[in-house]
Write a new protein. Sequence first.
Length: 383
Amino acid sequence: MAETLREIGADAWLLFDFHGINPVTNRVLGISGGMATRRLFVLLPATGDFVAVAHKIELQPVEGFPGKVVPYARWEELHKALEPLVAGRTIAMEVSTEDAVPYLDRVPHGVVQLITKLGGTVVSSAPLVTRFAARWQPSEVEDHTFAAEVLARVAQDAIRKAVSSINEGLTESAMQAEVIRAMEAGGLELDTLPIVAFGANCANPHYEPMAGKDATLRDGDVVLLDLWAGRTKTTVFADQTWMGFAGANPPERIQRIWRTVREARDQGIAAVMDAAAEGRPLAGYQVDQAARAVIEAAGFGEAFVHRTGHSIDRELHGSGPHLDSYETLDDRLLMPGVGFSIEPGIYLPGDVGMRSEINMYWALTGPVVTPARPQVELITPAG
């Protein structure tokens, strides 16, 4: 950590949390005593002792802390405890200039004002977050890989069953319920429900089926299944999107859209693989540009309305680098230890939408794609 602090010109990393607004704090500290409902500060300096400043009624979260614990109750005591820790120092915190990267911008403006008032200079902790908060542990890699293969199997089975039952009145909600049962039977836990969309509903990237208001599968419908889960709710999830077509012979236009999305996905994967093989630095936005170029060249640029991928850590949309040059310009570097999704899409409102999503983990031996066998062709009744 000291080396990274030197690289960004900081003297210390000051972690802050209040009611769980900064998941980086929990991720780095491994707090197990419950969420802080009072302001919690933890100073991790390049040299010297670690210091936690915690409210007197909430000392349990810092039990076993490997440093000094300074209790406070009154606001004056809080300020008095913080001032000698930050005065005259450059302090790294979870901030992003002009909110450029919201998943990094976790510390309220008022807290930054307080640290500045007490004599500190605040800079972004972005490289620290990537290296120490977004990095997967070996057990999390194992959990993710297990979940990825279960999701791939569940998705393929569910879509194959759906597109083979066109005239049976299958609704999106009914398929969703079946998918949930299959994931749970496979040993996975969910935190929110998977997305199942038929036909034109696929053109809504964050569509949510609602019983009684959802679509019934019809001949010629595209089927989208976006599902995510983990071995437990406190480990790294897998997150995938699979596509099918309710008919034996998808029209050429549908095939063209699918091929474009698939090629964009594969170009994003190649961008990561090539950079790793060449030992070349690679920022998140550059992967987005590589994938987006494929969709733009095919004439669907205006229909790709979200970033190419998101960071994945213990938060499904994590705090590490995102693959984004569109919603934000995420110039943080991808590096060994981090994971992320690659999920380009084309969405034509009222008509059709397609997305293909895989995950990648950058192991010490190089980037790895999960699941091991990403989708190649649309799933149809024939295969």
